[in-house]
Write a protein that binds this ligand. Structure first.
Ligand SMILES: [Zn+2]
Length: 564
C-alpha cells in the first residue's frame, strides 16, 4: 500500500495517556492508515528519530471568530502545535447578526475581548446573517488549522432583540426566536452554546454586553434547548461578582445554581476556573457528576498570562497623572520619563497607588512589579532582583529598564510557587481540561495559544510534574472528548491525521514580541515556539520547523447533529 506521508521512527505518544513506543506512522490522504512497521517509502518522508509524534493539540477556548477571516494561519496557536480550535466562547460570535446591526455585534466583542475595532472593520467581510451562513463563510475561507464553533448568547440576543438586547428583558416571542436560532445552529454543526454573565464584560461605551441582561430563566431555557438537541456544551464566563467574592457562601450560591442547571439539563457545563474558592469549584464538579451532570473546569498552564509594555498596556495607565502621558507618542513618553522632575512626579504617582492598594491589572493575581520579568532575550532577572542589584526602588528599575529599550520591552509576570501550586491542583483534577489559550482575544495583553508548549516545557521538562504521556493526553484526547470533537485527539489507524512531530528536549514558547500586523495596523503580541519539527493537518504538513509550508488544509469542524 502506498503512503502519502511516512513519519519514520519517531516515539509515538498517542494521546491516550498510555506508554510511548517507537514506530512509523503512515498517512494516506487525510487519515492515519498504519502505525508500526512500514517498509514502503512514502511520497513524503519525515525523519522523526529522537522526536515525539503526537496528535495535534486542541484548544477549547479561543476567540478566533474574527481573526479567522484575516489570518489564514491561525496565529499564535498554530505555532504552538495547535491544530484545532473551538471559537464562539463567552457568548461572543459574529453570527447571527441582522444587516445594519454589525456595530452592535462588534460592541459586544470589542472591549470585552480587546479585539481591535479597526481590525474587525478592515478584516471582516460580512457575507452572512444567520449562524449557518457564518459557518459556511468559515468553511470557505482558506485556513491552516481546523475551527469549530459554539453559538454565542450575546450575538443571539442582539440578533433577535436589537438595541433592546442591551439591558432589556426577553419577551416570550424573543425567547422563542432565540431558541429556534440556537437549535438551527446546533443542527448545522455548532458544538454548543456560550454566554457571559461576567461583570468584567462591557461594551466600549460602558454598558454591560447583551448576554449580561439575561435572566437565569432565559439562560436555563436556552441551555434546555441544547439538552433537548442531545449534543453540545454550555460554556460561560461566570458571574464574577459572586464567584470571586470573598464571601464563600455567596460564591457557593453561584456554584450550586450552576450545578443544578448542569444536572437538570444534562448539558456538559464548562468555564475558566477562578483563582478564588478553587477547592469548592472542584468539589462542585464531583457533586454534579454524582447527580448525573457533567461539569468541567478549563485551566491554564501559566499562573499569570498578562504581558505588559509601554507599546501596549501598563498597569498604571489609568492613574490620572499617567493617563495624559500614556496617550502621547512613545518617543514623547520617553522624553518625559528622562526629564528628572516629570519622572519624579510620575514615579510618586505609582508609589502612591501601590501604597493604597495596587492596580486593577495586577490586583487579581496579587502581583507586584517585583515579579515582572523583562523579556529582553538576554537576562532572566526580575525587576525585584534588578532593583536590588542597582540599589534603586522597583518602580525606578521598571522605568529604567523600559527606557533602556526605548520603551519597547515586554514584561512578563514570573509566577511564584505559591501562585503555581493551585494551578497544579487544578491541572491534576480529573474534571479539568488544559485549554483557555484565549487566542484571538486580548491580543495586546496575552500571547494566546502558548499553554500547550508551556505545559510541555515547564511542567513536564523543568518541573517533572507530568509524564510526557500524561501531558500530551491533557492537550489532545482530553479536550477532544470534553467537546466531543470526532476523529481527532488520538493516534490510531483511521483517525484524521492531525499530528505534531516535536523535540521533547527543546519544545518551548519562544520570546514574545509586539508587532503591528493586524488589519488597519493595530498591534498585537506575537509569539512562536521552538522545538516543533512539523505540524500536520489532515495529512498535509503545514509547518516545518516553524515555517509555513504554504499549505492550507484546515477545515471547519461540524458537530454530529449536522450529519443527521
Ligand atoms: Zn473567553
Amino acid at each position: 500500500m502506498p503512503f502519502d506521508l511516512v513519519i519514520r521512527d519517531g516515539t509515538v505518544v498517542d494521546g491516550s495517556g498510555l506508554a510511548a513506543y517507537r514506530g512509523d506512522v503512515g498517512i494516506l490522504g487525510a487519515r492515519i492508515s498504519r502505525i508500526g512497521r512500514i517498509d514502503e517509502r512514502g511520497r513524503q518522508e519525515i525523519d522523526a528519530e529522537g522526536l515525539v509524534v503526537s496528535p495535534g493539540f486542541i484548544d477549547g477556548h479561543t476567540h478566533m471568530d474574527a481573526q479567522v477571516f484575516w489570518d489564514a494561519l491561525g496565529t499564535n496557536s498554530c505555532w504552538h502545535g495547535v491544530t484545532s480550535v473551538l471559537m464562539g466562547n463567552c457568548g461572543f460570535t459574529l453570527a447571527p447578526s441582522r444587516p445594519g446591526e454589525h456595530k452592535l455585534v462588534i460592541d459586544n466583542l470589542e472591549k470585552a475581548e480587546d479585539i481591535s475595532a479597526e481590525a474587525m472593520a478592515a478584516g471582516i467581510d460580512w457575507t452572512w446573517e444567520s449562524f449557518p451562513e457564518y459557518l459556511d463563510a468559515v468553511s470557505a475561507t482558506p485556513k491552516a488549522i481546523n475551527y469549530a464553533s459554539q453559538i454565542g448568547h450575546s450575538a443571539l440576543r442582539t440578533s433577535v432583540m436589537g438595541e433592546r438586547a442591551f439591558g432589556g428583558v426577553a419577551t416570550e416571542d424573543d425567547l422563542r426566536e432565540m431558541a429556534a436560532k440556537l437549535a438551527e445552529a446546533l443542527y448545522v454543526g455548532a458544538f454548543g452554546f456560550s454566554t457571559s454573565i461576567s461583570d468584567h464584560h462591557h461594551t466600549p461605551d460602558g454598558r454591560p454586553i447583551a448576554s449580561r441582561s439575561t435572566s437565569w430563566e432565559e439562560l436555563s431555557a436556552l441551555v434546555e434547548v441544547v439538552g433537548r438537541a442531545g449534543f453540545g456544551v454550555f460554556q460561560l464566563a461566570v458571574d464574577t461578582e459572586r464567584a470571586e467574592s470573598e464571601d464563600p457562601e455567596l460564591a457557593m450560591s453561584f456554584w450550586n445554581e450552576l450545578r443544578t442547571l448542569a444536572v437538570v439539563s444534562r448539558v456538559p457545563t464548562t468555564y475558566g476556573l477562578r483563582h478564588q474558592h478553587l477547592e469548592e469549584q472542584l468539589a462542585t464538579f464531583d457533586a454534579a457528576a454524582a447527580e448525573g451532570g457533567v461539569m468541567f473546569g478549563q485551566c491554564e498552564a501559566i499562573a499569570a498570562t498578562t504581558l505588559f509594555s509601554f507599546m501596549t498596556n501598563m498597569p498604571f495607565d489609568q492613574i490620572p497623572e499617567w493617563r495624559a502621558v500614556r496617550s502621547l507618542p512613545l518617543a514623547e513618553q520617553a522624553a518625559q520619563l528622562r526629564d528628572p522632575s516629570r519622572r519624579a512626579a510620575l514615579v510618586a504617582a505609582i508609589e502612591r497607588e501601590i501604597a493604597t492598594g495596587g492596580f486593577a491589572g495586577t490586583r487579581r493575581n496579587r502581583l507586584s512589579f517585583e515579579s515582572f520579568l523583562p523579556l529582553d532575550g538576554i537576562s532572566s532577572e526580575t525587576l525585584g532582583e534588578l532593583a536590588a542589584r542597582r540599589g534603586v526602588s522597583v518602580t525606578e528599575a521598571l522605568i529604567d529598564c523600559a527606557l533602556e529599550s526605548d520603551l519597547r520591552v515586554l514584561f512578563q509576570i514570573s509566577a511564584t510557587r505559591e501562585q503555581e501550586d493551585p494551578l497544579l491542583v487544578a491541572m491534576r483534577h480529573p474534571r479539568t481540561v488544559m485549554t483557555f489559550g484565549d487566542s484571538g482575544a486580548h491580543v495586546t495583553q496575552i500571547s494566546g495559544g502558548n499553554h500547550q508548549t508551556t505545559l510541555l516545557a515547564h511542567w513536564v521538562r523543568e518541573r517533572h510534574e507530568f509524564s510526557l504521556e500524561e501531558a500530551v493526553q491533557m492537550i489532545t484526547l482530553a479536550p477532544a472528548l470534553a467537546w466531543q470533537i470526532p476523529d481527532r485527539g488520538l493516534l490510531r489507524e483511521g483517525m484524521i491525521a492531525d499530528l505534531n512531530v516535536f523535540d521533547p528536549g527543546t519544545i518551548a514558547p519562544g520570546t514574545a514580541a509586539i508587532v503591528d500586523d493586524l488589519p488597519g495596523g493595530a498591534r498585537r503580541i506575537r509569539q512562536q515556539a521552538t522545538g516543533i519539527r512539523s505540524t500536520i493537518v489532515s495529512g498535509v504538513e503545514v509547518f516545518s520547523s516553524g515555517e509555513h509550508t504554504g499549505e492550507l488544509p484546515g477545515k471547519l469542524l461540524r458537530g454530529p447533529l449536522a450529519a443527521s
